[in-house]
Ligand binder design. Structure first.
Ligand code: NDP
Length: 399
């Protein structure tokens, strides 16, 4: 019998809980724990209403290893699905090591004071996970996550050698607010405000934020301005896709979003260092977060689609080849199914799939493991079954 502990009851946690409950033949006992118990209870009640299934809820401070250990010992899960914030990755990993439980997350560790987007501190725990025969599956969301699996699938079935990868992330959803972020505002704004970076011919090349722009025609959506950002899956893909010469990541942003962000930036409201206001220490970005709509509240209002995929170019049987693998997700359809919009849906479904494959023993390997290191086929099959179907387009390699 597989018991699972989900930590984090935000947009993504909600989707993971719903999807685990839909797959109750695998996840026979589900506990959802988070800092605010009432959020877990609301999700529990939603699942009861939609699926007539029961899950347990608990309160936990995931920054506190001892509290986590106590909860894990009570719940006795086979795997902990960490969908709290990236700040909690290391404490939850440590608690899993102390209790001998497998671990999964969807974002790399972030230090609250500095935005680094790197796997270093999680990879440093590889020997400990190996020594305990435990798996830590890192980045089992969409990007990172499915994008890594798409690359591994391209490598396995379409190429002898992949030379270039472009990861293309488009959210064409409209929530009707002048400005709001589709997932945790703090994490989102930190990501967008960081310098861009891509990897070419063995070195990282840094760009100013939003310096490189292209227009990409996204299937089922149309042409959209897409900007080069650094994204964490590039770090592991560079290591694991042999023969790679270049990897880049692009995300779409509308004019209005970028203008709002520029204003916030110009007046210092995106700073993550504390400032003093009337004798109180405040972090400007936390003020912005408190004022913006909760991403979970965007679900019912958001219309339109997302399209996230990868374009790989390389060589097969001595000939040039270029393919595009992508998924399109509809915000309203996602909301109908699990009461959350696509940004949470496309992250939560792969988190559940990663945990399912671990429980089934189809994906089980000791150590800290990035997604492209596992066989992509069972994951790709599950994507089609669990609500994130994908397409492959053969493109002209000369264009
Ligand atoms: P939310 O902010 O909506 O939810 C985060 C949840 O974690 C909240 O319920 C919050 O509790 C809880 N939490 C925060 N700190 C603690 C703590 N110390 N102890 C216990 N619980 C805590 O974020 P999302 O659901 O949008 O994102 C969840 C994760 O998914 C993030 O790590 C994000 O980076 C990642 N992500 C990954 C993507 C991918 O494709 N790979 C895409 C989108 C997100 P409270 O309600 O009390 O604040």
């Amino acid at each position: 019998m597989n018991r699972v502990l989900i930590i984090g009851a935000g947009g993504v946690g909600r989707v993971v809980a719903h999807k685990c409950a839909q797959n109750s033949e695998i996840f026979e006992h589900i506990t959802l724990a988070s800092r605010t118990l009432s959020k877990c209870e609301a999700i529990r009640d939603e699942i009861k209403e939609k699926q007539n299934k029961s899950i347990d809820v608990a309160q936990v401070d995931a920054d506190n290893v001892e509290e986590l250990v106590k909860l894990i010992e009570e719940v006795k899960p086979y795997v902990v699905i960490n969908v709290a914030l990236p700040y909690q990755d290391l404490t939850i990993m440590d608690a899993c090591l102390k209790t001998n439980v497998h671990y999964l997350d969807t974002a790399n560790y972030e230090h609250p004071d500095t935005a680094k987007f790197e796997y270093k501190e999680q990879w440093a725990k590889d020997p400990d996970f190996k020594a305990n025969g435990l798996m830590a599956l890192l980045g089992s969301g969409f990007d990172p996550g499915v994008t890594n699996v798409f690359c591994a699938y391209a490598q396995k079935h379409y190429f002898d050698e992949i030379h270039t990868i472009d990861i293309l992330d488009c959210n064409a959803g409209d929530h009707g607010y002048p400005f709001a972020t589709n997932f945790n505002p703090e994490i989102n704004i930190r990501e967008v405000n960081s310098k861009g970076r891509y990897w070419e011919n063995g070195k990282w090349i840094e760009t100013e934020p939003m310096e490189i722009k292209m227009v990409w025609d996204y299937p089922e959506i149309g042409p959209k301005d897409s900007y080069l950002l650094y994204h964490e899956e590039e770090e592991s893909l560079v290591k694991n896709i042999k023969g790679l010469k270049r990897i880049r990541f692009f995300m779409t942003f509308g004019e209005s979003y970028l203008t709002h962000l520029k204003v916030l930036d110009n007046i210092g409201l995106t700073r993550i260092d504390p400032i003093e206001v009337d004798g109180c220490k405040v972090i400007p970005l936390h003020v912005v977060k408190a004022l913006l709509p909760d991403p979970a509240s965007l679900g019912p209002r958001t219309k339109g689609k997302t399209n996230i995929g990868v374009v790989c170019e390389g060589i097969k049987d001595g000939k040039k080849r270029k393919i595009y693998i992508y998924n399109v997700c509809d915000h309203q359809e996602a909301y109908k199914e699990v009461c959350a919009q696509c940004v949470s849906y496309t992250t939560g479904v792969p988190a559940m799939i990663g945990a399912k494959l671990m429980c089934e023993g189809k994906w089980m390997k000791a150590g800290t493991i990035n997604m492209e290191q596992m066989d992509p086929d069972p994951f790709m099959e599950e994507l089609n079954r669990q609500g994130l179907p994908w397409n492959v387009i053969e493109m002209d390699p000369e264009k």
